[in-house]
Design a protein. Structure first.
Length: 81
């Protein structure tokens, strides 16, 4: 199974969209809050920008809430069902 980390911020409506989907689908992966010290810099080092939500898959950044949800539907939902 690939290594996943979701970078997010609770005040971001697009992050909330992804988090709601994850809750509904029962998907649990590690998450990092970009408001915590050093986390935003960590995200920028990985993906080149501080945009959230960002799903990091084996060190590669995926942005855009709809793309992240589609990826989770295709690759993660069955694992957590």
């Amino acid at each position: 199974m690939p290594n996943y980390v979701l970078y997010q911020r609770a005040t971001c409506p697009y992050c909330v969209k992804v988090l709601r989907y994850m809750e509904q689908a029962g998907i649990e992966i590690p998450m990092r809050n970009t408001l915590e010290p050093g986390v935003l810099e960590e995200l920028i080092a990985i993906g080149g920008k501080g945009q959230v939500p960002c799903l990091v898959i084996d060190g590669k950044a995926m942005y855009e809430s709809d793309d992240i949800i589609q990826y989770m539907r295709t690759h993660l939902e069955k694992q957590f069902a």
